[in-house]
Design a protein around this ligand. Structure first.
Ligand SMILES: [Zn+2]
Length: 398
């Protein structure tokens, strides 16, 4: 199939006016850099041409951090009592949800993402709903199976037993692993998670440094988490992750709001991607995320929607707009890079996040007025651009 459009943004740096893409076997086989090239390809391959008219083609957006199964908690958990109270309310609300609630939320979340231009998602799957439904969901998926033991050795074995059986690999679905966070995952669990991920070549994702409460317990044994957890290790969370071998380019860390400068330097050195969730950040009214400091340190950044328990929509367009609103001097190119190439890096899936030959044909055709790269980047990141068509693996989604 050949897709022809009046504008293509192959990646944040490359704009083609009036060209197309040659799609075969779910991948981008060639880039057609002019209308004449589209005509030649049509004759040469006798392929079907899908004219996208005034739409502009870009790679699909990538949501590097979601908890689709928590969709039923939209608007149910108050943010104003602080993060620890929110976590407590989340745990109680979760216990009242049934299998059907998780499944409905996963299906609805996947649809909401596709409808707003997101074609791939890294989803934290604690209930097993996402793994079970993955073959029927539209977006490309990394199903991060969540494990935690709350630093209780009696729970470590059971946590690992839950992920002993592999998920069946599929073209659009990959298995990933997510030890929840350093304050909920003991060093023994982290070490075994690392060994498992290595054996199965899994992408890893871990919540890290979301609030100062995490550091207060881990390093000093104080703060609101001290009442819920055993005696503290008196070590930094990042040091624990590093000692377990978990800081590699196949790992993404989520949040990092409470990072120290030398911790940012270590992340850069290890090639770890940091996932920022602007909607959750705004939900809790947190101090500005150090996006520019992370970039200056050389850390690859990605964006996530997080869950509807701490956000109001599963819409990466809104996350980009929130990021720009909180960082007015940030270039649109940086923001779009985080939402595409950064996401691909977070998911350890290099065929995603761009439309160069060899890329997965995960595309969005947008209704933009832009006629240049800069104008397209501005329009894609500043507001809520309208989605025309969405394709995953070259197949149209409706
Ligand atoms: Zn999360």
């Amino acid at each position: 199939m050949i897709l022809a459009a009046r504008g293509l943004l192959l990646d944040p740096r490359t704009w083609i006016a009036d060209g197309g893409l040659w799609i075969e076997g779910g991948s981008v086989r060639g880039v057609l850099r002019s209308r004449a090239a589209v005509r030649r390809a049509r004759r040469g391959h006798a392929g079907r041409v899908l004219e996208l008219g005034e739409l502009v083609l870009t790679p699909g957006l990538i949501d590097a951090h979601a908890h689709l199964e928590l969709g039923a908690l939209l608007g149910r958990l108050p943010a104003d009592a602080g993060f620890s109270a929110w976590i407590g309310a989340l745990v109680r609300a979760r216990q009242r949800l049934a299998c059907g609630d998780f499944a409905r939320a996963v299906r609805a979340g996947a649809r909401a993402l596709l409808a707003t231009g997101t074609t791939a998602v890294g989803d934290i799957d604690a209930s097993g709903a996402c793994a079970r439904l993955a073959p029927e969901l539209g977006p490309r998926l990394v199903v991060y199976r969540e494990i935690l033991d709350a630093w209780d050795p009696a729970r470590t074995g059971a946590a690992l037993a839950g992920v002993r059986t592999r998920l069946r690999p599929r073209a659009r679905v990959r298995e990933g692993l997510s030890p929840h966070a350093p304050y909920t995952s003991s060093p023994a669990l982290l070490r075994q998670a690392h060994a498992l991920a290595r054996r199965r070549s899994l992408a890893l994702t871990i919540h890290w440094a979301e609030t100062s409460a995490e550091r207060a317990w881990l390093e000093y044994g104080t703060g609101p988490l001290a009442a819920l957890l055993p005696s503290a290790p008196r070590r930094a969370g990042l040091a624990l992750l590093d000692e377990a071998g978990l800081l590699t380019p196949r790992t993404s860390l989520v949040h990092g709001n409470d990072a120290r400068p030398r911790e940012l330097a270590l992340l850069a050195k290890r090639g770890v991607t940091l996932v920022h969730c602007p909607g959750t950040h705004a939900y809790f009214g947190r101090a500005r995320f150090p996006f520019t400091a992370c970039r200056a340190a050389g850390i690859p950044l990605a964006l996530g929607t997080d869950s509807l328990a701490s956000n109001t929509a599963l819409d990466l367009r809104r996350e980009m707009a929130l990021l720009r609103a909180s960082h007015p001097r940030l270039a649109p190119e940086e923001v779009f890079t985080a939402a595409t190439e950064g996401g691909a890096r977070a998911l350890s899936w290099p065929e995603l996040g761009h439309l160069r030959p060899g890329a997965a044909a995960d595309l969005v055709a947008w209704q933009l007025v832009a006629r240049s790269r800069q104008a397209a980047l501005e329009e894609l990141t500043a507001g809520v651009p309208a989605v025309g068509r969405v394709f995953v693996g070259g197949r149209p989604w409706t």
